[in-house]
Design a protein around this ligand. Sequence first.
Ligand SMILES: *Cc1c(COP(=O)(O)O)cnc(C)c1O
Length: 418
Amino acid sequence: MTITDNRYLLNNGIDPLALVEKYGSPLYVYDTAIIERQYKRMEAAFSVPDLKINYACKANTNINILKFLKELGAGLDAVSIQEVELGIRAGFRPEDIMFTPNSVAIDEVSAALEFGVKINIDNISIMEQFGHEHPEVAVGIRINPHIMAGGNSKISTGHVDSKFGISIHQLPHVLKVIEATGLHVEGLHMHTGSDILDANTFLLAADILLNTTHHFPHLEYVDFGSGFKVPYRENDIETDIEEVGARISERFNEVCKEYGRELSLIFEPGKFLVSQSGYFFVKTNVVKPTPSTVFLGVDSGLNHLIRPMFYNSYHRIENISNPAGKPRIYTVVGYICETDTFGSNRKIAEVHEGDILCMFNAGAYAFSMASNYNSRFRPAEVLIHEGKDYLIRKRETMNDILRNQVEVELHTEAMAKV
Ligand SMILES: *Cc1c(COP(=O)(O)O)cnc(C)c1O
């Protein structure tokens, strides 16, 4: 979003205030141009014979976002059987969907097999069960290289006591299971966690995986997961995708030569593709000065955007109703009956009640983590594409709150006798 003549404008000159007027507040808005820019950047960064970019759809599961990424040429990374089904409904071919669950029962893995999608196994127990039942089905295995990375403990998945993947130290055990069951391993996978800041950490982890390829003679692909950091603040650091791309490609091509076959190189970005494409617009309900700070109470809360409270993540907040206002210091809070602070002591152009605030980086892990806590409705979602706006999810109503609740008549005779 840019400021022109003291007005905030989205791509193609779309006025966000007009969108809020039209669809109401709070409102999620996504811009396809930014998704496309990020996808193409990633595509251009790697020079390998076969690059696959699988969109990690848990970041934003609106089916229109999935379809748009499919049109760009992406595959899909699904972490639940429901995401697998969503991918099929969005039109992805089963072979372009990779199912990478954690802590699921063999039934869910078998259900994915029915859909014909690619399966990535993340523990030795499932390897054994799956290998016994389906030695003919080619699968990937998720290895944990134990490289400490990630923005915070909830999202970093590579450390030694992480629940994710099969420890690299258990490689001898893995090889024994393959020998005993005949499990057909066609892929090696890792996903070390979000927010990898430097190319070196990434390469260190990648190298650990690449150094094991000679143990697996039937490989078709190596999947390096994700962890690309995007900027949240102005002048924030971000993963230098071009540098990571150049260095990984060089190393990967060497490894393929040693291995004797061209392997596919797969990535599974979520945040990198969609985070910056999203904006979350909220209305200021109250301006509340207290002895310590001035609170801005908005018509949203941790029920709609939980990242600041759950991960301590930073989302830029700007007053799009009054861009030229004198900057003041505010603490932006939600309306939920818990402390749900979107941002503390932020410098924001002077805010009046009724002003619309914009929270940036609202495309990933924002709506997809929203809930109905406090029996509040989840917001509407709008997609903008080539100068037009499309409603892609309706705002909820009371029917959505009550759907699936079963009202029963309780018989209280026994109680009455007491
Ligand atoms: C969540 C997840 C991703 C995407 O992570 P981002 O930080 O959003 O890019 C990729 N792969 C797997 C297996 C995941 O669980």
